[in-house]
Design a protein around this ligand. Structure first.
Ligand SMILES: Nc1ncnc2c1ncn2[C@@H]1O[C@H](COP(=O)(O)OP(=O)(O)OP(=O)(O)O)[C@@H](O)[C@H]1O
Ligand SMILES: [Mg+2]
Length: 346
């Protein structure tokens, strides 16, 4: 059977198995420094690539020297200084996650890739120090999309950086701000510096500028009568299954499963077909956040997303939600559906 029912997806994977997943997500599994092609018009792209390649080498040297010299000797003579953490800041879609994944795919030691949202869920599920202990088993923590807009989460992220910096692990993180409707984007760096305070001394900052590839691309929206069911039947799966689900059944499931377990969709399906998506209203913030987190997870897992709806993609969230505290998460969700999915306006 190449299709699966939502109730037959196994969400009971032991939490430790989820935490110990350390691979770069499927969407970025083929990324490496060679296939990151810097745009000559923006020299910071080549510079970023070189700096990150050098960082990877430094980490490999640091860890191989650590193996042959004792800790006390190292401390005494400072012969093997731990490399700084790295903060990669750059406009939308210039390949920050591509470069982050290149480190993960090519590093000769232990590295873990985790998104900031995933980290927040883990800390909420366990507690900060247990998560730090787990993460300190890795030489590099690749932390994608450090979120600064929610002060609570930002503070938790900063505490995580502080605690992990006491170990031999090093963090490489990327910025998260989404563009304005005009395609402009202010750099996060200043906000990051301000929020992170003295810890900034433990960071090297790499700035990447360039063209926002998504603004130029036409979103994948069909105003056709194509029937979602028909598309579902025609869809050829690769090595996972396909899922057809009504919007209401999907929301019901999302409410009943802890978001940390949404990753199980990626273990199971190549494509999701969501029937009759309706607008998220002002008092449905939690559902809207669950749904946008799901799209983040599916995006990383390279899962194709097909949606039918009576409203258009840009209006699937109420204005208050789009402009509210979580506007970054919400606009990222819209952007990712427009890139990775097909939206059928009924
Ligand atoms: N210079 C490049 N060379 C090759 N591929 C690139 C380059 N820049 C981006 N890409 C590809 O474009 C896609 C988007 O890049 P990526 O997701 O890494 O950008 P990003 O800066 O992390 O974006 P966002 O701000 O949305 O997180 C990926 O598939 C990536 O492999
Ligand atoms: Mg990214």
């Amino acid at each position: 059977m190449c299709s699966i029912n939502i109730d037959d997806i196994n969400f009971d994977t032991p939490i430790l198995q989820i935490v110990s997943r350390k691979n770069v997500p499927l969407k970025f599994s083929q990324c490496n420094f060679q296939n990151y092609i810097p745009d000559k018009k923006y020299p910071t792209q080549m510079r970023a690539k070189e700096q990150l390649m050098a960082f990877k080498q430094k980490m490999e040297d640091f860890n191989s020297k650590k193996r042959c010299c004792s800790k006390t000797l190292n401390k005494l003579f400072k012969i093997n200084k731990k490399p700084n953490n790295v903060y990669i800041d750059g406009v939308f879609g210039v390949g920050k996650t591509h470069l982050l994944s290149s480190i993960g795919n090519k590093y000769k030691g232990k590295a873990i890739f985790i998104s900031f949202s995933e980290l927040m869920y883990l800390i909420a599920y366990f507690d900060l120090l247990s998560v730090v202990e787990e993460m300190s088993k890795f030489q590099i923590v690749l932390l994608d999309e450090f979120e600064l807009d929610d002060p609570g989460d930002a503070m938790m992220g900063i505490n995580f950086v502080r605690e992990l910096s006491k170990t031999d692990s090093v963090i490489v993180t990327t910025s998260n701000t989404t563009p304005t409707s005009l395609g402009g984007r202010k750099f996060d760096m200043m906000v990051f510096k301000e929020r992170i305070g003295k810890l900034i001394n433990y960071f090297d900052i790499i700035l990447i500028d360039g063209k926002d590839y998504r603004i130029e691309e036409k979103p994948n929206i069909q105003k056709s009568q194509s029937n979602l069911k028909k598309l579902f039947q025609q869809y050829k799966t690769k090595n996972r299954k396909k899922l057809y689900v009504t919007f209401d059944d999907l929301l019901k499931k999302l409410r009943s499963v802890h978001p940390v377990r949404y990753i199980n969709f990626n273990n199971t399906i190549d494509a999701i077909f969501i029937e009759n998506l309706r607008k998220f209203t002002d008092d449905e913030l939690l559902d809207a956040l669950r749904f946008s987190y799901l799209t983040d997870v599916l995006y990383y897992g390279d899962v194709d997303i097909f949606i039918s709806s009576k409203i258009d993609l840009w209006h699937m969230f109420s204005e208050d939600l789009r402009d509210g505290k979580f506007k970054n998460k919400i606009s990222r969700c819209i952007s990712r559906i427009s890139e990775k999915g097909l939206f059928i306006e009924l």
